[in-house]
Design a protein around this ligand. Sequence first.
Ligand code: URA
Length: 270
Amino acid sequence: MAAGEERELVDVASAIAASAAALLRELAEEDVTEFERLEGPAAALPSATPTAPTTPRSPRSPRSPVTRVAAMVPGTRGPISWNGDRPTLEEVRTELGDCQRCGLHEGRSKIVFGDGHANAGLMFIGEGPGEHEDRQGLPFVGRAGELLTQMIEKGIGLPRRDVYICNIVKCRPPRNRNPLPPEVSACRPFLDGQIRAVAPRVIVTLGKPAASLLLDREVAITRLRGSWQEYQGIPLMPTLHPAYLLRKYTPENRRAVWQDLQAAFERAGA
Ligand code: URA
């Protein structure tokens, strides 16, 4: 084996080990003690179909003078760029294309870009698509998604279409494992593009991975939730992931998430 290949293999193995260690820490933090056994090989899935970009329903605020924004994307296609420091969601989606920048594209059915209002005051960020999301090309449409939709519609009284919802990674990780660092890095410019495009007044991160990514440190979500943070000048409210809430549907957890969403809603003046 060539030295370069060996180094690459070591890098991948270290990334997997780091991800496994992070997952174990997260599970311990969430008191998970049992796993459901998954049967059968991961399905071979057809190639991606891009989802239609969301159409803005209200006029955008005036754009600042056109500047060239570029970020290096690890992988195949070199620097990405769009015009302006506030791209549209369509521009970000177009740049993403039929993405093959990381290995997640191999198992996906559809890219799950995002869903909701292009100028939403509230933006929710989860971890990555699951099985239902991968099939439909929309974020948070499975069981956890139903709970999130209820939390938004019944809890804070906003139609789901009035907020914007997306994930750290846009393709489903196999067997819903945590996305690996290279996968997160490959998708990061597009998440940042979405944040710039929507320019929400408040970001709500769902669960530990999204909060840890945007705050650039590993957080203990059960301790951090409910406390205001900031991402690039935007107030950020970390809360529990709806999938965690489904597993631990206690009055305390429900109250905690309800309080977090109320605080986010009030601050966004949504
Ligand atoms: N969990 C997530 O983090 N995102 C989804 O879209 C669905 C489930």
